[in-house]
Ligand binder design. Sequence first.
Ligand code: 3HC
Length: 315
Amino acid sequence: MSDTLQTASLEADFDRVIERHDRIEPRDWMPEKYRATLVRQVAQHAHSEIIGMQPEGNWITRAPSLRRKAILLAKVQDEAGHGLYLYSACETLGVTRAELTEKLIAGKQKYSSIFNYPTLSYADVGTIGWLVDGAAICNQVPLCRTSYGPYGRAMNRICKEESFHQRQGFELLLTMMSGTDAQRAMVQESVDRFWWPALMMFGPPDVESPNTAQSMAWRIKRDTNDDLRQKFVDMSVPQAQALGVTLPDAELRWNEERGHYDFTQPDWDEFMAVVKGSGPCNAQRIAHRKRALDEGAWVREAATAFARSQREDAS
Ligand code: 3HC
């Protein structure tokens, strides 16, 4: 069989797997662009988990009680675990974690825009749990059915933990909302700041999203950015009512005809600026990640030397 015929036959097999909603596994043939799209998305996702440890990590030493400190420590540690599952999934596509981290630090790969906003009060820990992890769940539950096996399996486990994170955020906010006027005001101020960046997490509107159509066709993504954003709004409104907070959108109202809430779009110019590196904390987040990488070099070297000596002893 000629090379062209062989590629056509492999491509047909690949299309059939996608068509059947089956999984592509690391040793299966896949189009180069499918691999590159996955590396882009999974790496960006992994980087988001790792960079996402910073805004909340900011409050570990200042948690208001030992109980809150233990909860926050466990949550931030979970995010590190999510990053590791995702880097491992990405490694099955032929790139190493070290290469991916290098690209993140060089600004050649992205991470979620949301983590370029500061955490200014302890209520932000609750709001991140409620809105940011809530948005993450909306986006990530469908990704459990993504077409690439290792990514989907990583998402199964991550989603279970993210649900728990979302509930702990809601519980923290509910506790503060049953506290003093000052605590309630702190929660409202925090929700006012995080609502719009949370809507941006789903990516640009579908008409401006260069990757959605192809990623949907390959079943890497299972829903479009706009559909997920709508789902998130519909889910958040009754939760805000239960909490007693106001979402900062005067246009937010139920649309009987559509069977969804109408809402105002976030400021997409601000989104683009943040994605391009001009958000309030972009420089700080990357500088911190680089410092952690540099300061951890000796640990990685020691672990590699130890593993090598174990192998030599065994042989
Ligand atoms: N922040 C930064 N960049 C974003 C973005 C965001 N919120 N939304 C979109 N972009 C980027 C895209 O990466 C793309 O740039 P690129 O081509 O250079 O990669 C560009 O903007 C255009 O966007 P598209 O809609 O065409 O891109 P995608 O089809 O990849 O869709 C996505 C974007 C919906 C974020 C999709 O990649 C996705 O579902 N990713 C997996 C989920 C993920 O990464 N989540 C991170 C959230 S935080 C998190 O999980 C941590 C948890 O602990 C809370």
